[in-house]
Design a protein around this ligand. Structure first.
Ligand code: ATP
Ligand code: MG
Length: 176
């Protein structure tokens, strides 16, 4: 890895107890494939790819300017992409999730940072190289989302590791 750049992405890191519950549920499906480590469970908001370290101050300040209220994510859909990636997703993504991903994209583009134009597709990767979906699976996991982070994806002997560089709180709901 180059030491003057990092492989970066903005994401929601799955809280540890929820991540544990999700991977236990996944393991009980007994599907073949390469499981994602519990500590790595996350939902990518925007993938930045390799970025020079000199870009970090800009990234940190633009992320701080994104204002989105806290929201609940109900993960109730198990899907599989054509590349064999098994994932969990919300069947009805909350508006605030879309707003957060789009708000980051807009701020990045305004700062002149180039992004690919693939549409945002919220998903939590569970298992790679999975040959099929299970016959019946009815996931139901609730994730109260209160902050988002900027992560560096790093390779180790044990596979990918995501190092959180900074995190930002979402706007608390006002009392009724
Ligand atoms: P590995 O590549 O080691 O199997 P990984 O895919 O989780 O693990 P990265 O490739 O660093 O690790 O990706 C970090 C996050 O960014 C993941 O959520 C991944 O799905 C997402 N990502 C990676 N490449 C892209 C891309 N080209 N476009 C959109 N998202 C991407
Ligand atoms: Mg990858």
């Amino acid at each position: 890895m180059k030491d003057d750049s990092l492989r970066l992405f903005f994401a929601l890191r799955c809280p540890p107890r929820l991540a544990e519950a999700i991977t236990t549920w996944r393991d009980d499906l007994h599907l073949p494939g390469r499981p994602v480590a519990t500590a790595n469970l996350h939902l990518t908001l925007v993938f930045l790819g390799q970025q020079p370290l000199t870009q970090l101050p800009t990234l940190l300040s633009l992320a701080a300017s994104v204002q989105v209220p806290v929201f609940d994510l109900h993960l109730d859909h198990l899907g599989r992409f054509n590349n064999g990636l098994l994932y969990l997703a919300p069947s009805r993504p909350p508006e605030a999730l879309q707003g957060l991903a789009q708000g980051l994209r807009d701020a990045l583009q305004e700062a002149g940072i180039r992004l690919d134009d693939r549409p945002f597709r919220a998903h939590l990767s569970l298992l790679r190289r999975c040959p099929r979906l299970p016959d019946d699976a009815t996931p139901s996991f609730d994730w109260p989302v209160s902050h988002f982070g900027l992560f560096a994806s790093e390779q180790s002997a044990h596979g990918s590791h995501y190092r959180q560089l900074q995190h930002w709180p979402l706007r608390p709901n006002e009392a009724p």
